[in-house]
Write a protein that binds this ligand. Structure first.
Ligand code: FAD
Length: 542
């Protein structure tokens, strides 16, 4: 506070807010369609030449960390590997005050520059969401991470940096016999990155997504202010930031809810050839008491070498029957379930599992089991990462599509998409599982379909080098989206990506007005997370 810009904002708040509302509602962000064309995969946009005076202005700041102005290509890359926006500078902050000072400085310069700011967790975004074209990328990895504080009382929690990786939180909390309750499938993601989206995995049916398992945040807003927020204090900012796509502030600390951790997991897979039987069983399990701890599922369409592929580290309950199983070229649906346990209580566990399985209608010969440690299970995708990296296949383009479909239309979705639009899934897994929305807090910024049970469907495709894979997959994704729109399924994108503000408005629906109000309250010049392409940076009125 106290900068000329902040003073201006105070005095002219009402005029500004009116102006801002008109501005954001009428603007389509610069470069809106840059990622929409499949042929864009290698395009890198260089910074604008008139921005050459900006580096010297940043050099006047007193920081614990530093800026870099050269070799910035890393900040123009993400896991999606489809969009590449070169920033003008990368801030390597050491302290929260470095982030706050940089944002205040950008606000101060806002009458003469169009600079924006993107926090970059580890850049696992898909379409440039953690990038800032001709702006400043904040490399959150360099932020000093004080040791995690773990409260081991009646309501256990851990205080962590917004730049912390979930895998590190797992290892640290396990030392106290505790762990977070809600996860993502891959743990080498940052707290700030997943809390800006939702953080959904097979535990969300019971605990809600990661954004519903947070007690408190420390945030640097788009005004440069450092604010602590929770359900009790600055609640509007707290719920705005959770699932807020980085639009209202940069998360620098988070207090995450913990629960008791078990040592081992029993990991089970069974197959179905009828989608409705598969989804009925999934829905039955997510509604049962004393159910599994993790419930997901995936689709296998026209997979070659099926039985050698999908169960590589699993053992059949009945090897003879399993060896006789043939898919007959049908689409198969695999239900995946996990129960956590401590080895001393294996007998109780086996009884519980037997009871739960007896209530299901899978193909009897296709029961496969595995037993691994809790850490091995939660960190399972990292093993695939290591294998793919060794073959140079981790860095390929990833045109992923994630959708949330209301339960009432999931049969229509499956019938229209699996085998019709998507004829095989050789490009990568297709996950599908339901979650109970009743467990989700509807005060966050996250948008979901309006039903008590919703399905997450994730097309996790990789475009292999030297093929027309990227173009083919992106066209297929568009066909899926068109199908959902035409059939009026009420689907919502997760990790959403849109080209126009009208589409964003439709995505948010009745939540749009609140989203815009929060933007004007916490990031009035729209400098934060430009890579989401929701708002265009506003100009300040002098
Ligand atoms: P980034 O990609 O760096 O950032 C994501 C967005 O958040 C950007 O807009 C960025 O500006 C903003 N941001 C980053 N840090 C902060 C911060 N501290 N404060 C405010 N805003 C910030 N998601 C799921 O929900 N469930 C899954 O099971 C799952 N599995 C995945 C598996 C893999 C292999 C990958 C690559 C991704 C997966 N994701 C999953 C998606 C993941 O949640 C997103 O990629 C998310 O963006 C986290 O990545 P990141 O931490 O690198 O953040």
């Amino acid at each position: 506070m106290g900068s000329p810009v902040c003073g201006f904002l105070k005095q002219n708040n009402i005029i500004f807010l009116r102006f801002f509302a008109i501005l954001v509602l009428s603007c389509i962000p610069d470069g809106t369609n840059l990622c929409s064309n499949p042929s864009f995969d290698t395009l890198t946009i260089p910074p604008h030449s008139s921005s050459s005076s900006i580096p010297s202005s940043f050099k006047t700041l007193t920081l614990d960390g530093y800026f870099s102005f050269e070799n910035l290509k890393h900040a123009a890359k993400d896991f999606g590997n489809i969009c590449h926006y070169l920033p003008i500078a990368v801030l390597h902050p050491k302290s929260v005050s470095d982030i706050s000072s940089t944002i205040k400085h950008i606000l101060y310069m806002s009458s003469v520059t169009k600079l924006t700011v993107a926090a970059r967790g580890r850049g696992h975004s898909l379409q440039g969401q953690a990038q800032a074209y001709q702006g400043v990328v904040i490399n959150m990895e360099s932020l000093d991470r004080p040791s995690m504080y773990i409260e081991n009382g009646e309501v256990p929690y851990v205080d962590v940096s917004g730049s912390e990786l979930w895998i590190n939180i797992l290892h640290e909390t396990l030392k106290y016999g505790l762990s977070p309750k809600s996860w993502t499938d891959y743990l080498h993601l940052t707290v700030g990155g997943t809390l800006s989206n939702a953080g959904i995995s097979g535990q969300a049916f019971r605990h809600g997504p990661q954004i519903d398992n947070v007690y408190q945040l420390e945030v640097v807003t788009g005004r440069g202010e450092v604010v602590t927020c929770s359900d009790k204090e600055n609640a509007d900012l707290f719920y705005g930031v959770l699932g807020g796509l980085g639009q209202f502030g940069i998360i620098t600390r988070a207090r995450i809810s913990l629960g008791p951790a078990e040592k081992m997991v029993k990991w089970i897979r069974v197959l179905y050839s009828e989608f409705s039987t598969f989804s009925n069983d999934q829905e039955h399990l997510i509604s049962s008491n004393n159910s599994f701890d993790y419930i997901e599922g995936f689709v296998m369409i026209n997979r070659t070498g099926l039985l050698n592929n999908w169960r590589s580290s699993f053992n059949p309950k009945d090897p003879i029957q399993a060896s006789q199983f043939s898919s007959d070229g049908k689409i198969l649906y695999c239900l995946e379930m996990v129960k956590y346990f401590n080895p001393e209580k294996i007998d109780v566990l086996n009884q519980d599992i037997e009871k739960l399985l007896s209530e299901l209608n899978y193909i009897p010969s296709t029961l496969f089991l595995s037993e691994v440690s809790y850490v091995e299970f939660l960190d399972r995708v990292h093993l695939s990462e290591i294998k793919l990296r060794s073959k140079g296949l981790w860095e390929v383009p990833h045109p992923w599509l994630n959708l949330l479909i209301p339960k009432s239309r999931i049969l229509d979705f499956a019938e229209g998409v699996f085998g019709n639009i998507v004829k095989d899934n050789n490009n990568g897994p297709i996950l599908i599982y339901p979650v109970n929305k009743a467990k989700w807090n509807n005060r966050t910024s996250m948008v979901t379909p309006e039903e008590d049970i919703i399905y997450l469907v994730a097309f996790l495709s990789s475009a292999l080098p030297g093929t027309d894979g990227l173009e083919h997959i992106m066209t297929q994704n568009q066909h899926i989206l068109d199908f959902c729109a035409k059939a009026q399924l009420g689907a919502k994108q997760y990790l959403p990506h849109y080209h126009t503000q009208d589409e964003w408005q439709a995505h948010f629906g009745t939540q749009w007005e609140t989203f815009v109000q929060r933007k004007s309250a916490y990031d009035p010049l729209a400098i934060l997370a430009p890579g989401q392409r929701i708002f265009q940076k506003a100009i300040s009125i002098t």
